[in-house]
Design a protein around this ligand. Structure first.
Ligand code: SF4
Ligand code: SF4
Ligand code: FES
Length: 525
């Protein structure tokens, strides 16, 4: 059916207003123009855009080809979310204003069209595309025959538009890693020279938008495992692996000092190896709350909150070892499994009802990885544990601060928990919660996941700014006084970033520190 015939067919339908981003070479910034389109239940967004071009403005630049989700050319952002225009029905668009913009992190050619050539150049070395013949005779690249698994990717670039690393490193294209992974899986390619292997933080924002469900959080650990097996590991990461193996924590600290933080907590914290009676809550402290000075502050605050609420809790003290989920995602599956054997043996010595941990990475391991190997526990992130108890808190102090909240990828996107931290923040007297533009499902990664916490020396050379710095700028732009977090990686990452970006006025605080202060417990009370 011709475009004119399709247009005539939808004339009888309903209408919808689209706010379309317009830009042409020479313009400094895009502007937005509103167009009213006709639609019925079968009208795809890309057809609505064609309508605009046919009926109102032939200069509107859009791109499409197959119109059925195969060619990958029609990617745009609708209200900030990356979609394929031909698979998005106008009738399904959310109520209210609908903004249509080009994909991000690629050079803009005009209106809704971006230049995908730089991204494709990243795929080419992975062996996906045939090598351009110099003698005019087309032939496949070496290894391309083995890439039969690389059939699903549309090369649509939605992943690059959503990817936090692509936003600070224009050469980073998730689909290229996927292509390379397919090649390495077949031993037809070698990623050892490609540092892109270590840049992905496994934040899963690409999976959220990928029309083919290509999951980099599965791909990256698998391919890194190959690199680890071949001894190709950045030195700083190797150091963390060795410390985790020798000491049971990524910081290389003395296991006997794992519960040293309890001395200044101001409340009794039961250390189960010294007092092994059954306990309701096993507080699995993890590394950064055990050893890092800012983490210890949060651990003490949490212990005081539990104590004030009358919770029966205990810790493993010197017997606790890291759950090692980030080490797994960085490619050390063997280390993760060895740690898991130790952890399971330790947990088997004590009786408890549930595990509560502040660490979304450890939480992810316990709820997703341990059950795969037959180890089931009732596990809660601390925000999930505290949120239902919040009405029992006897608040003593109003904080009078504007707070913005950073969703940890491994609590939010990976495990679907967005509400518990917000419920806690909104319950604190005097806290005004303001959201950043990228939040909840579209939260921007802090850069710490998937081993990123330990790869700063390598990754910073590839990025125009660290992910934590980009995020701190977004937080500061809300006008907030406080950037609230609930992942132990984030306090130190964001505090450093606040300094390096000149946003020292932005205080970075764990949610438990704010609760503790408002309960009149902590040092800030
Ligand atoms: S990995 Fe998914 S989102 Fe990325 S280019 Fe391929 S199909 Fe598109
Ligand atoms: S998981 Fe996150 S960092 Fe990795 S490629 Fe996907 S969006 Fe980028
Ligand atoms: S036009 Fe081909 S995927 Fe949308």
């Amino acid at each position: 059916m011709s475009a004119v015939e399709q247009l005539a067919e939808t004339e009888a339908g309903q209408t919808r207003t689209l706010r379309v981003s317009r830009w042409k070479p020479g313009d400094t910034l895009p502007h937005y123009e509103e167009f009213t389109v006709s639609y019925d239940e079968r009208t795809a967004l890309v057809e609505a855009l064609r309508q605009i071009r046919l009926r109102e403005d032939p200069s509107l630049m859009i791109r499409h080809s197959c119109l059925h989700g195969s060619c990958g050319t029609c990617g745009v952002r609708v209200n900030g979310r990356e979609v394929l225009g031909c698979l998005t029905q106008v009738a399904d668009l959310p109520p209210g204003p609908v903004t249509v913009e080009p994909l991000e992190n690629a050079p803009l050619l005009g209106d809704l069209v971006v230049d995908m050539a730089p991204a494709y150049r990243r795929i080419e070395p992975a062996g996906l595309f045939p090598v351009r013949p110099t003698d005019g005779v087309s032939r496949p690249a070496p290894g391309v025959k083995q890439l039969t698994q690389f059939q699903d990717c549309l090369e649509c670039g939605l992943c690059a538009s959503a990817c936090p690393v692509s936003s600070v490193d224009p050469g980073f294209f998730p689909a290229a890693l996927w292509a390379a992974a397919a090649a390495v899986e077949q031993r037809g390619a070698n990623l050892s020279e490609d540092d892109a292997l270590w840049l992905c933080t496994t934040c899963a924002n690409c999976l959220r938008v990928c029309p083919e469900g290509i999951d980099m959080t599965q791909v990256m650990p698998a391919i890194r495992e190959v690199a680890v097996g071949d001894g190709r590991v950045p030195a700083e990461l190797q150091d963390v692996f060795e410390k985790s193996f020798r000491y049971g924590n990524c910081l290389g600290e003395n296991p006997r000092r794992r519960h040293a933080w309890t001395r200044d907590a101001g409340v009794d914290v039961r250390v189960l190896p010294n007092d092994p009676a059954p306990v309701d809550v096993l507080f699995y402290v993890e590394d950064y709350w055990s050893y890092h000075p800012r983490g210890q502050t949060a651990a003490r605050a949490f212990a005081r909150i539990l104590s004030t609420l009358g919770v029966d809790f205990g810790i493993l003290g010197p017997e606790e070892k890291t759950l090692g989920d980030s080490q797994r995602l960085a490619g050390e599956k063997g280390l993760f499994e060895a740690l898991m054997d130790d952890v399971v043996a330790t947990l088997g010595r004590y009786q408890f009802n549930r595990i509560v941990t502040p660490d979304p990475h450890g939480f992810n391991a316990l709820v997703k990885e341990y059950p795969k190997r037959g180890h089931q526990y009732q596990v809660l992130h601390y925000t999930q544990f505290l949120a239902p108890l919040v009405d029992r808190i006897d608040w003593k102090k109003r904080l009078d601060v504007t707070v913005t909240f950073h969703d940890p990828c491994y609590l939010g996107r990976h495990n679907g928990e967005y509400d518990a931290p917000r419920r806690l923040l909104q319950a604190i007297p005097g806290v005004r919660l303001v959201e950043m533009g990228r939040c909840r499902e579209n939260g921007y990664c802090c850069g710490g996941g998937g081993g990123g916490m330990w790869l700063d020396s390598l990754t910073k050379d590839y990025m125009s700014e660290r992910l934590s710095e980009r995020r701190v700028r977004e937080a500061a732009a809300t006008g907030a006084d406080v950037l609230a977090v609930c992942c132990p990686y984030e306090v130190s990452l964001f505090e450093d970033a606040a300094k390096s970006t000149g946003n020292d006025h932005l205080a970075v605080r764990d949610i438990v520190e704010l609760i503790d202060e408002a309960m009149g417990n902590g040092a800030g009370a």
